[in-house]
Ligand binder design. Sequence first.
Ligand code: F0G
Length: 537
Amino acid sequence: MKTMHELNVPVPVKRSLVVRNNKEVSKEQREIALKETEYSMFSFPADMLVLDFLSDSGSTSMTDLQWASLFHGDESYGRNKGYYVLFEAIRDTFERGDDQKRAINLILSGETNVERLMDELYLKPHEGGFVNGGIHQLARPNAFLVPQGRCAEHLLFSTIAPILKERNPDIEYYIPNNGHFDTTEANIAANGMHPVNLFSVNLFEEFPPDQMDVKNPFKGNMDSKELIVFIENKGVDSIPLIYLTITNNTAAGQPVSLNNIKAISEIAQSYEIPLFLDACRFAENSFFIKEFEDNYKNYSILEIIKETFSYVDGFTISFKKDGLANIGGGLFFRDRGFFYNKFSDNGNIGTKLKEKQILTFGNDSYGGLSGRAIMSIAVGLYEVVKEQYLRERIRLVREFALKLSQKGVPVVLPAGGHAVYINVEKFFEGTDMKIDDFGGVGFSIELLKHYGIRACELGPFAFEWDKKTPEQRKGILNLVRFAIPRNVYDSSHINYAVAAITELYENRENIPKVEVSRGANLRLRHFQSGLQPNYSI
Ligand code: F0G
């Protein structure tokens, strides 16, 4: 008798207890809505869709444990219960490996022993890590809750930019990354610094689809040789921070290896430059490390996370990713570490960040989040590091990419952790679609119109090819992204999407070219401008 894992079909790992029924919407109704929303993917009513792959951000289904935690949400203005619980959950997740304390259970179980609550939660001092506690968080603030990831980026860069300018007004500042997400890039640029991408050299190498379960080339890595060349060229004083994004969303959602994280950390330390993570999707990245990196096969996910974070001085994070929660973000840095020392010469950097946090988002107890949201994030941190959940999550993304490639649809391989990307240039090979005809946009419009499926072009339209110099254009990939919300879809949804995409692929001659009909010069235009597909051609 075969064991359950030998049956050669995935073992179900969850069941649905709440159902949202799709509306029955006709193609004609979608056509009307598309016209009325100027063919903008961001403006199309979500309630009229069959499948929504626009983003994996905030679109997760919460688990029963998260829903239950909402009742513990405390909406007090100062030091709600969730503040303590979430900060403990962050210490548990990022610093303690398998040795979690789970003080959250005191709240979830309704502990009434006040001495115990004071000793183990409310007044317990912590120092030296990413989240000071008790009196130390007041003296040296180093943990900042905010509404979402980009708020953490704004907080960080808008606070360090004036410090750097005051220190040396004549120098240009650069922030290297393995792949800046667009909001990170925009926050750096808006504060007068230069974002730089040092993509891995193997990013565009071919990969055999049938090897996705067997090996992974970690195409999300930073090019460490280029980093050294870059630092030597620009000079250490020009580089206030180095960033690593795990997983690398901009590079087709590819994972970053622990070897690479360690190597970049050694380089950063040797030049005394603080290293930060953009930790969105840290759990999915850790699963790839466990699955494919030789030295880590026998590590637990939590031990891999602990080691990952041991190499860095701080991190920004969006709690909307990784299946954590529907909202939330944060900025954390190591108490009295490199970052603290580098930016505290003229007053404690933590106090400056806290001042801005209070001015912009809300006081440090809640940072613009509801007490209910804070509880859901805290519980989410324990949910998303479960290996069984992660295995199924990554498997489904991989199934999507594999099925598309078996139908001949060109996708970026191997699949990353949160999305499948169609290679638009290859998709239109042999047709007269040119790069400034925005074929990826035309494809997305047709997919939505005929099949009710929403995806997102991340190519010449989103990255504004027509407005860039020939040199800048080289950095633009031509992709359509299908980001997969967590715990929402299963194989039946994937099968429908694969059938629809394949049908369009086979009829790609009929996909219209698209013009930007309004707002071609708007900033971050793909959220704002109007489009017109040219059906007459
Ligand atoms: N960093 C990365 C790597 C991201 O993918 C995102 C968001 C952010 C930062 C910003 O976080 O949205 O909470 O402000 N990515 C979403 C996406 C929007 O669809 O890829 P946020």
